[in-house]
Write a protein that binds this ligand. Structure first.
Ligand code: B4P
Length: 182
């Protein structure tokens, strides 16, 4: 079984939706940097106050801040996890690689969920989170293309990447993900 997974994809592709389902089914620790950051914002911590403005503009929160959140949780868990929405740029990917080497927990597979821009925008507008208005969504898509999409090549070269089409019913996509991991 794949015990250490990473979910990659544009905002709104369904990373969070699919990660929750798979983690429940396979008893993996679900680490969503988006959720963790939103929890810090809701709790009004120093870290949350720093993150809120950047999240509401659609930008990326600083690498050091996100890394500190992830490191704390990974090191304290027993080896089976799914990282959702992290890493989001090459610096984060390299920092993660160094961390995983140190704790001897290599990634087993990277799932890329891919979806056309128009569908992404439609889904996010329907979701209606505070950072889901059209101008912010378009900015997030640009940030994804510029900063995050180079990770596709990065993980492809390591022979870890599996690409799943994100269009269709939630259960259908969940099925495709499970097949790709079997
Ligand atoms: P995230 O919380 O990661 O959210 P996301 O990328 O927008 O959404 P996701 O792909 O998980 O889509 P979802 O399942 O919800 O990021 C938010 C912000 O946090 C970032 O912009 C950034 O500022 C910050 N951040 C997070 N991680 C960071 C990092 N590592 N470094 C720096 N900053 C970071 O699905 C979207 C909608 O579609 C939902 O409403 C869902 O119900 C619906 N949906 C899902 N699957 C569907 C399907 N098959 N059909 C129809 N609708 C579907």
């Amino acid at each position: 079984m794949n015990k250490r997974l990473l979910f990659l994809g544009p905002p709104g592709a369904g990373k969070g939706t699919q990660a929750s389902l798979l983690c429940k089914k396979q008893d993996l620790l679900h680490l969503s940097t988006g959720d963790l950051l939103r929890a810090e914002v809701a709790a009004g911590t120093k870290l949350g106050i720093e993150a809120a403005e950047i999240m509401n503009s659609g930008g990326l929160v600083s690498d050091s801040l996100v890394l500190s959140i992830v490191e704390k949780r990974l090191a304290s868990h027993n080896n089976c996890w799914l990282l959702d929405g992290f890493p989001r740029n090459l610096d984060q990917a390299m920092a993660l690689e160094a961390l995983l080497e140190r704790i001897k927990q290599p990634i087993d597979a990277v799932i890329l969920i891919d979806l056309a821009d128009e569908l992404l925008i439609e889904r996010l507008l329907a979701r209606g989170r505070s950072d889901d208005n059209e101008a912010v969504i378009r900015h997030r898509l640009e940030v994804y293309k510029e900063k995050t999409s180079p990770l596709i090549d990065y993980y492809n070269k390591q022979d870890l990447l599996k690409t799943i089409k994100g269009a269709g019913a939630v259960e259908q996509i969940a099925n495709l993900i499970e097949i790709s991991l079997s």
